[in-house]
Write a protein that binds this ligand. Structure first.
Ligand SMILES: Nc1nc2c(ncn2[C@@H]2O[C@H](COP(=O)(O)OP(=O)(O)O)[C@@H](O)[C@H]2O)c(=O)[nH]1
Ligand SMILES: [Mg+2]
Ligand SMILES: [Zn+2]
Ligand SMILES: [Zn+2]
Length: 493
């Protein structure tokens, strides 16, 4: 378990390195001394041949006796010393081994129990422990855990002492991604990763803008949560979000053709609260929509495997039937903003990517909860069919059957899709995702560019996913309580 097959740029613990050499030298020395004194008597004996007989006999037997006693006792003593030395060394080696194994287990247990890992915000690679850099010489240290290089500290080749556990400061070291070598500042937080999925122009960026701004400016302060941006890059993204929010704009999700740059951009921020130990790190991924239509992803979206939830945005007007039905009541801007990609195609492409990343077969179901969010419901009065107004109306008219707000919304969204010949979509989602729930939202709240965002329904999908992902978060962000399974599915027929 504590295998450290990879050589580290650090000094090994005495008992696993110099201890052996010292043992070899002492044992060798003792046996050499023993051999030397035997040889000494042998020499003395050979000189006796020049002496007279009585002296020869007397001294000869004396030397012989001495030599035998050296051979017998000396060997016994030297063997004993050797054995004692080996046992002492072994004992200490075992103690150190036991020591680092115990601390290693504690460290590993802490990381696993608290669901701490690093999800690279650039290449999306998941790693339990990233590469840490020596604060003195910047040398790369992998597997910075208790081991043969030290229990609580590792001594870098440069002499600097580096902490090896969660409880003595490892998280404060600079780190880089083991895969793409990008600088990381995850500091052993618990990540909550949520990709926003959908074709081009379905409203992903608008959704992230509306959600982030509302969550950071309203939800977090109201719930006593503190927000800290992951790094200055993410802070810059937030300044853009604030700007877009004010103007009612959306940015084109940048995606360069450079194969080395990422197809999805994470907006990442820490969420702190007295009950969050460790702090949470929210990663929201804005995946360029072309990824689903052109199938040319720059990087594999590893986050599908470890993310705690997904949001699939659905632009109702990307469905030709629906667009035809409502086009007459849509503004020019809204028509221009329609996502052109066919949802069935997007879904197939998404499923095949999921299979690739997770290794699931076509028949397998995913446990990751997914929120299917119908976007842009401000347009053509869709809000009256699936949005807040429609939900309230149905709950008032049929108060016996419809009592739960979000279950009613889920019902209306499913019904809307089925009524528009998209029952195969609903079935496919049901077949693939054990936990799915439908929402309706409008991120901008009106046509793009017509003033400040007035979002409707953007918080609920994220609140639902966060509540499912994190019990502590569910206790804090508790504006809504969602039923376990949408209750009115059986009313659809
Ligand atoms: N009316 C309305 N239009 C929206 C809304 N969200 C997005 N749009 C339109 O859809 C276009 C694409 O949105 P965007 O967020 O950039 O889509 P992305 O490609 O999925 O990131 C925008 O230019 C808007 O015209 C919304 O909430 N209401
Ligand atoms: Mg975008
Ligand atoms: Zn990376
Ligand atoms: Zn160093």
């Amino acid at each position: 378990m504590t295998s450290e097959s990879k050589v580290q740029p650090a000094k090994k613990s005495y008992f696993f390195s110099k201890g052996y050499i010292d043992l070899k030298n002492t044992v060798k020395g003792a046996w050499q001394r023993n051999g030397k004194s035997i040889k000494n008597y042998k020499d003395k004996l050979s000189y006796l041949k020049f002496e007279k007989l009585p002296k020869k006999l007397l001294l000869g037997s004396l030397y012989l006796l001495a030599m035998i006693s050296v051979i017998v006792c000396g060997t016994i003593i030297t063997t004993a010393i050797t054995l004692i030395h080996i046992s002492v060394l072994l004992l200490f080696m075992m103690l150190v081994y036991l020591g680092f194994s115990i601390v290693w287990c504690i460290d590993r247990f802490y990381l696993k129990r608290n669901q701490i890992f690093t999800a690279c915000h650039i290449c999306k690679e998941k790693s339990l422990i990233p590469i840490y850099l020596c604060p003195n010489c910047n040398e790369k240290h992998t597997r910075l855990t208790p081991g043969v290089y030290g229990i609580l500290h590792r001594t870098c080749n440069c002499g600097a002492k580096i902490p090896t556990t969660f409880f003595n400061g490892r998280k404060n070291l600079s780190a880089i991604c083991p895969n793409c070598k990008s600088p990381l500042s995850d500091r052993e937080s618990r990540p909550i990763c949520i990709p926003i999925i959908g074709g081009r122009s379905v409203g992903k960026t608008a959704y992230i803008t509306a959600f982030s701004k509302t969550f950071i400016d309203e939800v977090a302060p109201a719930k006593g949560m503190n927000i800290e941006f992951y790094n200055s890059d993410k802070e810059r993204i937030y300044r853009e979000i604030e700007n877009d929010y004010l103007l009612g704009e959306t940015r084109m999700t940048q995606r360069s053709t450079d194969p080395n740059s990422a197809s999805s951009i994470s907006f990442s921020f820490f969420v702190q609260h007295p009950t969050f130990k460790p702090e949470r790190l929210m990663h929201i991924y804005d995946i360029a929509g072309e990824v689903f239509t052109n199938n040319n992803e720059n990087e594999v979206q590893q986050q599908y495997e470890y993310c705690q939830g997904m949001i699939l945005l659905f632009d109702p007007f990307s469905v030709v039937n629906i667009a035809d039905k409502y086009e007459s009541s849509m503004s020019k801007n809204d028509i221009a903003g329609i996502g052109k990609a066919d949802i069935t195609y997007i879904l197939d492409s998404f499923f095949s990517k999921l299979r690739m990343v997770t290794g699931l077969s076509e028949a397998d179901m995913l446990n990751t909860p997914i929120a299917i969010v119908i976007s842009k419901v401000d347009t053509a009065d869709l809000a009256d069919i699936v949005g807040e107004a429609a939900v309230n109306k149905l709950m008032a008219v049929d108060s016996e059957n419809f009592t739960d707000y979000y279950d009613t919304m889920d019902y209306l969204c499913r019904k809307f899709l089925i009524d528009n010949d998209l029952s195969h979509f609903v079935t496919q989602i049901d077949n693939k995702f054990k936990t799915n729930r439908y929402f309706a939202c409008s991120s901008i709240g009106h046509t793009k560019g017509a003033g400040k965002y007035e979002p409707m329904g953007v918080l609920a999908p994220m609140e639902w996913l966060c509540q499912r992902a994190d019990k502590k978060m569910a206790n804090v962000w508790n504006n809504t309580s969602f039923s376990k399974v949408p209750a009115y599915i059986n009313k659809l027929s």
